[in-house]
Design a protein around this ligand. Structure first.
Ligand code: CA
Length: 221
């Protein structure tokens, strides 16, 4: 999952950016509203975390401009504790949820999972295709209802990218896009290696290789 963090405060931004990476998101960080809009115009994101007090274009303007362009990206606003008015304007302006500063990182991550779940059209916290299931809160996978297996951050990101769209074939670059943020070094065979490790852990039938195109997991039976 690729997340765009829009936050001008260097300390808060750094803390959130680090927590996102630790939680296995491919996370990019921009510090003003105009850059956020430019970035969102040329890169697909699964979720946006938007601070409201930003230099130049503020968060509410960024939100308005995104929704005016019919960009449906799930979006969580980050507001000051006393900003009831801003929170209401944010929610009415098309934000999916908010967190108030200061917040616990665990709460932010849980709210992100909840928004992604609702946007994905599933009520259940665990995603799966009938063969393999994956719990985003614990990064555990299980095959055929078997015992849970712990995945690394990147193994989790890759399997999640495939499982949110069973039946869709994702190329190497599409997978890299969902696993690595800006500035993270990508080894040339990283995706193949992660697939190899996942198959060894979960069984070779879990991820299918479509030769010359990419990889997929089967649609639910
Ligand atoms: Ca700010």
């Amino acid at each position: 999952m690729r997340v765009l963090l829009v936050e001008d405060d260097p300390m808060i931004g750094d803390a959130i950016h680090g927590a996102l990476k630790d939680a296995s998101y491919a996370a990019d960080w921009v510090k003003d509203g105009q850059t956020a809009l430019t970035t969102l115009g040329c890169q697909h994101y699964d979720l946006v975390l938007l601070d409201l007090g930003l230099p130049g274009k503020d968060g509410l303007e960024v939100l308005a401009s995104l929704r005016a362009k019919d960009n449906p990206v799930p979006l969580l606003i980050i507001t000051a504790r006393d900003g009831l008015d801003d929170r209401l304007r944010g929610l009415d302006g098309g934000a999916d949820d908010y967190v108030s500063k200061p917040f616990q990182m665990a709460e932010l991550l849980a709210r992100m999972r909840a928004v992604l779940r609702r946007k994905g059209g599933t009520a259940a916290p665990v995603i799966g295709n009938g063969l393999v299931s994956l719990d985003p809160a614990t990064k555990e996978a299980s095959v055929n209802g078997g015992s849970p297996l712990q995945l690394s951050n990147r193994e989790f990101s890759l399997l999640q990218a495939l499982l949110v769209r069973p039946g869709a074939i994702l190329s190497r670059s599409e997978l890299e896009d969902r696993i690595y943020g800006w500035g993270e070094e990508v080894e040339s065979n990283a995706v193949e290696y992660l697939i190899y490790v996942l198959r060894r852990k979960l069984g070779s039938e879990v991820i299918k290789n479509v030769r010359g195109i990419g990889w997929m997991v089967s649609k639910s039976a």
